[in-house]
Design a binder for this molecule. Structure first.
Ligand code: ADP
Ligand code: TRP
Length: 330
């Protein structure tokens, strides 16, 4: 077991889909097998955009249940809900005072909002709440609270981890070495998983396949995948086919090679390819899906796991807060 502490957060802003799973959740589950891991559902980070408690709670359960059902190593992992950790509010608040406003002005997500407003001729701060503006400080607090060494994130979050390093550095300069400097690890690029319409699978395009869609819904979605208009006889390009791109992530090597050959050889219609894809995903996911459904029907079991995680996380967090408070306030 590597002795580095791994930490990451996942925002509960949608029902996890195949793209989220392959791109983000699967690599984390793998990492949890060999590292001491802190993994939390970042419900506070969802708040700047989602103002609906029921929705956040539902997606929190979905993500936790998915991680557990897909084999997250709960021996090595502290799994918890961000908002259950009172120390997070404290550390954010302390860190505000060593974080230059200019750093926040440079954050990609804030800048994107400002630029969009400028393009539309609106006031630059339209739609920007302080949760969005201070998002990187809350994220730095997440990372620094648990002495994290490694923070696996998608490319879009790299800047935030760098900001956490910067903020740790400002603090250490002012108060003496207190925080470790965390390293972002950009998850191996699984490539973008395409959605039903061939664009990146994303909830914003409404083209997703939920990882644990019930069998009949999974089938319906897969049958809706957009293809080109090649006849069954014609040879087809597996590398540009959404069907094949999805299949690759669920089948084994010989199955992948066999389907690739059928695409190239011709003689197989897209309808048949979709059925093959459906049957593969449906069978690979049937056991974890049953576990997911069981957990979603017994959310008190998820609550108990999250409560246990929160207790362990707070044990570490409270020590950090005591240290920071002493340094800042005596
Ligand atoms: P969405 O695009 O549906 O809003 P998010 O932006 O919430 O998804 O993504 C959460 C995580 O899932 C990110 O780390 C991102 O890298 C990963 N992810 C999302 N969609 C895909 C995709 N189509 N292919 C690969 N990874 C993805
Ligand atoms: N901001 C991350 C995202 O949108 C989620 C997140 C919150 C996170 N806190 C974190 C990731 C700390 C890594 C470490 O995906």
């Amino acid at each position: 077991m590597d002795d580095k502490i791994v930490l990451t957060g996942i925002k509960p802003t949608g029902t996890p889909h195949i793209g989220n799973y392959i791109g983000a959740l699967k690599p984390l589950i793998k990492m949890s097998q060999s590292h001491k891991t802190f993994m939390f559902i970042a419900d506070l980070h969802a708040l700047n955009a989602v103002h609906n408690a029921k929705e956040i709670k539902q997606h929190t359960y979905e993500i936790a249940a998915l991680m557990i059902a897909m084999g997250l190593n709960l021996e090595n992992t502290v799994l918890f809900r961000q908002s259950d950790i009172d120390e997070i509010y404290k550390l954010s608040s302390f860190l505000m005072n060593v974080t230059p406003k200019g750093l926040m002005n440079r954050a990609h997500s804030y800048k994107a909002c400002v630029e969009k407003n400028m393009e539309m001729g609106a006031d630059v701060d339209t739609g920007v709440n302080m949760g969005l503006y201070t998002y990187p400080i809350l994220m730095a607090a997440d990372i620094l609270l648990y002495n994290s060494d490694i923070v696996p994130v998608g490319k879009d979050q790299k800047q935030h981890v760098e900001f956490a390093r910067d903020i740790a550095g400002y603090f250490n300069n002012l108060y003496g070495k207190t925080f470790k400097l965390p390293e972002p690890v950009i998850s191996e690029d699984a490539g973008l998983i395409p959605g039903l319409d061939g664009r990146k699978m994303s909830k914003s395009y409404d083209n997703t396949i939920p990882l644990f869609a019930p069998s009949n819904e999974l089938k319906k979605k897969i049958m809706r995948i957009i293809t080109d208009s090649k006849t069954p006889e014609e040879s087809k390009d597996p590398d540009t086919s959404t069907i094949f791109q999805l299949y690759k992530h669920f089948a084994n090597e010989s199955e992948i090679a066999a389907l690739r050959k059928r695409f190239l050889d011709g003689g197989m219609g897209y309808g048949t390819a979709k059925t093959i894809l459906f049957e593969k995903i449906d069978s690979v996911l049937s056991t974890p899906r049953a576990e997911y459904e069981r957990l979603m029907a017994n959310t008190s079991e998820i609550d108990a796991i999250l409560a246990d995680g929160a207790q362990k996380a707070r044990f570490v967090a409270s020590k950090t807060i005591a240290k920071v408070k002493k340094k800042m306030l005596g």
